[in-house]
Structure formats: structure tokens, C-alpha cells
Write a protein that binds this ligand. Structure first.
Ligand code: PLP
Length: 403
């Protein structure tokens, strides 16, 4: 099996900033903003964290080329760093392709990984030479035959939903087992080149035996293509679903075991993946300001300047919780010793569901104190909206650990 090694770490720290240094940096931004009477929320992007994650990826999966899923967080500095480190990109639309190409990335480092693409986007991909895409329907094959017949194809297959993922993709994406052979035949008849298979076990997966099930389906598809007399398939795209931290080693081991079992001897097989969350999540930290306060009996209630319509929109879908660190004026890092209160934290909009935290223990806060949220890079700013004029897209990002 083959993989492409990146231009790893030519310069710059391969370590994330320590929590202590990150908080120190945030305090310095807060002080400078206060001088300019600004109290907007802001992100901090740690380039050292990205380098460290790319390093971890290739340490664990040296043969799997990552194509970062731009949808997860399209911050331009983040994308630039990924490009410099040699990753590819998974783009879902013309705009995402434009963004990546504008960084000087060559089109052969892009997979147009959207199984149903608007025709103008397909025409654009043809124009700029993005020549690899996914499909799972006859209709998509027909559009590609008409508008981009030179495009190489990965058949996206539905895989068993055994990963316990927060976001499951099976009801919308992927050819069912009974659809695979007819789709491969249709691609033959249309003289289109299917060169591989792709799947996604679901985002924020927790059970990585799902890779064994998914890679088995992929192998069945490789065998079916061979039986139909298609040129030998040569790409296996294992999608996303990875999270950073100890879970990643578990996921990588499951992938390697499944590959050994189902593709033990496959010279020339290229392995790729489309991780989003793995690279983006821990690279970004969000700092918010307390903008309002109300005390109701024993409960302290606060409003902050970002919330569920903005960066914390995942609270609507993930059934997840966030945790935060308070930064209190004049209490440099000594909040741990303070008495805490049962607290509720609201987002700034008039949406009654804009509630970030409930029953969370916090020391007593005042307007202009800060709440810092770590691990805020995945599907945060990219999925927030501008409801009530609170513009998620306008939240600035400060960069640390540049080299
Ligand atoms: N690839 C495709 C086609 C996706 O739809 C997604 C997420 O929606 C991803 C990759 C990234 O997944 P993750 O962030 O779980 O790695």
C-alpha cells in the first residue's frame, strides 16, 4: 500500500501552547481590546496544535493521506497551515474549492467529496481541474458524464452504523449494498472511471470496530468491480469520524487491523481519509465576555456574547455539553479557590433556546469578566449563523505559535 508523506514541520513548534500560556495570551488580548473599548468574542488559533496533530496523524497512519474536510472549519490561516504541512483537502462546494485553490494548492490535492453536486459546481471543478469526486446515484453519474466526463470517481458506500457516532450519515449518503453493482455497471456504460471506494463511519465516532465493518463493505465493492471487469480499483477513502486524544490511537489501530485483514496484499492501493474534527477541534479556543447578569435565589444567571446560534450551535445537535474556564478581572488564575455558585449561561440572542450552560458551577462573575471555551474548532464558526445580528462569521481569530 502506498501513502504520501507530507512536508513535515520544516519550521515552527510541533507543540500546542500550554493552557497556562494560552490563558496568558488571552488576557493580553483582553487588556488590549479593553483599551480600545472592544468586548467582542474572539478565537485563538494555535498553529503548534495543528502541527502536532499532523505529526500524530502520520505517526499513527503513515500510509493514509489526510484530505482535511474544509466544512469543519474553513479559517484561512488554518487552511494555509494545513496546505504547508502537505495535507490534501475535502471540498464540498465550488466556494470551498475556490478557497483552497486561492492558497496555491494544486487541484490534484482536492477531492470534491459531495455525492450530490449542483451542475455549476461540477462545471467549475472541470474548469479548474479538480478531477476526483464521489457519487452514490445514477443521477450524479449522468451529471458527471455530461459536464465532467474526465473526472475520476469514488463510489461512496453506506456502511453499517456501528460507530456510535453523534452524526450519522447512513440515511443520506452512500450506495446501499444492492445498489453498488448497478451503479458500477452504469458507470461502465457511461464510460466513466470509477477508481475507488469511499465511506464515512459517522462524525464523532466512539466505537472504532466500525472501521472493520466499513472496510469489509469496501472490499466487497473492490471485488464486485473486479468481477464486472472494471479496471482495478486503486483508492480506498476511509472518510472522517476521528477525534484527537487517546481515542485516535484506538481508531488508527482499528483501521490498520481491518486493512491487514481485508486488503493484506494490494500493491498500488492508495489510502486516503477526510478528517475534519481531528485537526480542527483542539486547535481553536474561544474567549467570550459576560455581557449581563441576573441573580435568582441561589442561581446566578449570565449572558455572554456568543452562543447556540453562533459558535456553540453544536449544542443543538450533539446533545453535548461545553465546559469553560472563567477569567475574572484582578484574579489572575486564582479562580479555583473561589466559592462557586450554581450558574446558568445564556447566549446573546432572543432565541429562548440559546442556553450554553445550565447547572454549571462558576465563581461569581461580573459584566466584562470572561469565559474561555477550549476545543472549539470543529463545526463551530462554520455552522453558526448571524441570527439577531450577532455575526458568527465576523468573530476575529488571533494566531499563536506561528513558529
Ligand atoms: N467527509 C465527509 C463527506 C463529511 O460529510 C464529513 C463531515 O460531515 C467529513 C468528511 C468530516 O468528518 P469528521 O469531522 O467527523 O472527521
Amino acid at each position: 500500500m502506498e501513502g504520501t508523506q507530507p512536508n513535515l514541520m520544516e519550521n515552527g513548534s510541533v507543540k500546542p501552547l500550554s493552557k497556562h500560556d494560552l490563558i496568558r495570551f488571552i488576557r493580553s488580548v483582553v487588556i488590549s481590546n479593553q483599551k480600545q473599548h472592544e468586548t467582542n468574542p474572539f478565537y485563538v488559533l494555535d498553529l503548534g496544535a495543528i502541527r502536532s496533530l499532523v505529526h500524530t496523524w502520520f505517526h499513527n497512519l503513515p500510509l493514509v493521506q489526510p484530505f482535511y474536510a474544509v466544512k469543519c472549519n474553513p479559517n484561512p490561516v488554518f487552511l494555509e497551515e494545513m496546505a504547508a504541512l502537505g495535507t490534501g483537502f475535502d471540498c464540498a462546494s465550488r466556494a470551498e474549492i475556490e478557497t483552497v485553490l486561492s492558497l496555491g494548492v494544486s487541484p490534484d490535492r482536492i477531492v470534491f467529496a459531495n455525492t450530490c453536486k449542483p451542475v455549476p459546481h461540477i462545471k467549475y471543478a472541470a474548469e479548474v481541474g479538480v478531477n476526483l469526486t464521489t457519487f452514490d446515484s445514477n443521477c450524479e453519474l449522468e451529471k458527471i458524464r455530461k459536464w465532467h466526463p474526465k473526472c475520476a470517481l469514488l463510489i461512496r458506500v453506506k456502511v453499517p452504523e456501528t460507530s456510535g457516532a453523534t452524526f450519522k450519515f447512513g440515511s443520506k449518503f452512500g450506495a446501499l449494498p444492492g445498489e453498488i453493482i448497478p451503479l458500477l455497471r452504469a458507470s461502465q456504460e457511461a464510460k466513466l472511471k470509477v477508481i475507488g471506494v469511499s465511506f464515512h463511519i459517522g462524525s464523532r465516532a466512539i466505537n472504532f470496530n466500525a472501521f472493520e465493518d466499513a472496510i469489509e463493505v469496501a472490499k466487497t465493492t473492490f471485488d464486485a468491480a473486479a468481477k464486472l471487469g472494471l479496471p482495478k480499483l486503486r483508492i480506498l477513502n476511509i472518510g472522517g469520524g476521528f477525534t484527537s486524544g487517546p481515542k485516535f490511537t484506538e481508531a488508527a489501530s482499528a483501521v490498520k487491523l481491518a486493512l491487514q485483514k481485508h486488503f493484506p496484499d494490494e500493491p498500488g492501493l492508495k489510502l486516503m481519509a477526510e478528517p475534519g474534527r481531528f485537526f480542527a477541534n483542539s486547535s481553536f479556543t474561544l474567549a467570550t465576555s459576560v455581557i449581563g447578569k441576573r441573580v435568582r435565589d441561589e442561581v446566578k444567571e449570565y449572558w455572554i456574547d456568543d452562543g447556540v446560534s453562533g459558535s456553540m450551535n453544536f449544542l443543538k445537535y450533539d446533545h453535548d455539553e461545553v465546559i469553560c474556564t472563567p477569567l475574572i478581572a484582578g484574579k489572575n488564575g486564582r479562580t479555583k479557590e473561589m466559592k462557586t455558585w450554581n450558574s446558568t449561561v445564556f447566549g446573546p440572542t432572543c432565541d429562548s433556546a440559546d442556553i450554553v450552560l445550565k447547572g454549571f458551577e462558576l465563581p461569581e462573575l461580573e459584566v466584562d469578566d470572561k469565559l474561555v471555551f477550549h476545543n472549539m474548532g470543529a463545526y463551530t464558526s462554520s455552522r453558526g449563523n448571524d441570527f439577531n445580528g450577532f455575526k458568527t462569521s465576523a468573530i476575529p481569530t488571533y494566531i499563536v505559535n506561528k513558529n
